[in-house]
Ligand binder design. Structure first.
Ligand code: PLP
Length: 455
């Protein structure tokens, strides 16, 4: 509960910090969880309470909260060369090495990498790259961007315009030219009597109709998360990316995979596009790239876009874009260590090893009469609460069901994330089976308690 003493951490946090993506009435009642440190998959607060963080921070702390190799990589690089940009013909050796490594572990035989400080900036930058390409290739009208309803691509003005969430209307977004098509969530949006394959075909037809209506030569790109993350963990419907990519190829529209969450092992393969068997034209990466130990984003350009963007840049002698901390040497050194942990240090293997137990635990919780479905892949999943399982009727929004479940979990030392009427779980890759047992036991108790209160 919120500590009302004037010098409490709660009071101090509220007095000088402006909160984002936080339900303020909940803060007024419960206060702020002020964290001091972590060990493995746990974080500790200023009251000495320990929480299992089943969200890996914000999907990103895949190696846990005190991995010695990442801290060592950071310290060694801070000692050696603590900061630099990657502009004006200069970049650090770490930046060179990270780009090589990223292309090596990418689905591309050759390609190029551009760095940002976040996933939002990477999406924003990719859009600017597509606009730049259109203008340079004599198609300045090719500026529209298509994404899906309920997708999440970030918060900068462009990334928020791509995000298919109604809350962005408070900012007067989306900007003109940002279009949204249907979400591939068969359980929720499949029609009576429609098979999953038919549902997928319907979405592909909707995409094609949108392209034709808008004018194929006005569309600069289509962005999609292999699994929609912050929209409530929504894996694609059967054959979705094959159907959509066929449409995009027909009109020469690049498919950009936003792998900010799914990149670097979360779904059991290094990339979500490998899990769903497609090769995008570019990949947006962030989060697990540095295991959350440094803010960093990257665009991995596949061969076609890399070559065309190189030509476009050559024509005007530069690509006029970049951030002060693009390709920061400390971020790059940490990313090299983090990728090594995932690829060679057993973390991706551990995701695959834990997946059957994770899925079994989710399936068991989904037997609860107020859980409509569990969905996910690898170590990312959601459980969706429903008032009526047969009709998939949600609880009234006023009951704030997922927030109540998440708050109950927090009280019992488990951090999990409420998203819509779902609870999201994406534990760190370093977890053990015992950690998953602890997570499921605590969540089960919270589900039972909250449903008993409101049903
Ligand atoms: N894209 C996806 C798929 C994300 O999940 C996120 C953040 O959660 C972003 C982009 C934005 O990344 P950032 O918060 O680093 O700007």
């Amino acid at each position: 509960m919120r500590d009302t003493a004037p010098n409490s951490w709660d009071a101090r946090a509220e007095s000088a910090s402006f909160y984002g993506f936080t339900d303020l009435p909940t803060i007024a009642e419960r206060g702020t969880v002020v964290l001091t440190h972590g060990d493995g998959p746990y974080v500790h607060d200023t009251n000495g309470k320990r929480y299992f963080d089943s969200n890996s921070g914000l999907w990103n702390m895949v190696a846990g909260f005190n991995h010695p190799k990442l801290a060592e990589a950071a310290k060694a690089q801070y000692d050696r060369f603590p900061g630099y940009h990657s502009l004006f013909g200069r970049m650090s050796d770490q930046t060179v090495m990270l780009s090589e490594t990223l292309i090596e572990v990418s689905p591309y035989a050759h390609g190029k990498v551009f760095y940002t400080n976040s996933g939002s900036e990477a999406n924003d930058t990719m859009v600017k790259m597509l606009w730049f390409l259109g203008a340079s290739e004599g198609q300045p009208q090719r500026r529209k961007i298509i994404t899906r309803w309920n997708s999440y691509h970030g918060v900068t003005a462009v990334a928020a315009s791509m995000t298919g969430k109604p809350y962005n209307s408070v900012f007067g977004l989306p900007l003109p030219g940002f279009l949204h098509v249907g979400s591939p969530h068969y359980w929720r949006f499949g029609q009576e009597g429609e098979t999953e394959a038919q549902f997928t075909q319907r979405l592909a037809r909707e995409l094609e109709a949108t392209i034709i209506k808008e004018g194929p030569d006005t569309i600069a790109g289509f962005f999609a998360e292999p699994i929609i993350g912050a929209g409530g963990v929504i894996p694609p419907s059967e054959g979705y990316f094959q159907a959509v990519q066929a449409v995009l190829k027909k009109y020469g529209i690049p498919l950009i995979a936003d792998e900010v969450i799914t990149g670097f092992g979360r779904t059991g393969n290094l990339w979500g596009c490998q899990t769903y068997d497609f090769v995008p034209d570019a990949i947006i990466a962030s989060k697990a790239m540095t295991a959350g130990y440094f803010p960093m984003g990257a665009i991995l350009l596949g061969p076609d876009l890399a070559d065309r963007l190189q030509d476009a840049s050559n024509a005007i002698e530069e690509f006029p874009h970049g951030f002060t901390a693009s390709g920061h040497p400390v971020g790059c050194a940490i990313a090299l260590a983090a990728i090594d942990l995932v690829v060679n240090g057993g973390l991706a293997e551990n995701v695959r090893a834990l997946t059957p137990k994770f899925e079994a635990g989710l399936a068991q919780l989904a037997e609860n009469p107020n859980i409509g479905e569990w969905r996910g892949k690898g170590l990312m999943a959601a459980l969706e609460a429903v008032q009526d399982k047969a009709t998939k009727t949600p609880f009234p929004g006023t009951l704030s069901v997922s927030e109540r479940i998440a708050n109950t979990c927090t009280d019992h030392g488990l951090i999990c994330r409420p998203l819509g009427q779902s609870i999201v779980l994406c534990p760190p890759f370093i977890c053990t089976e015992a950690h998953l047992d602890e997570m499921f036991e605590k969540l089960d108790a919270a589900l039972k308690k909250v449903f008993a209160e409101i049903v």
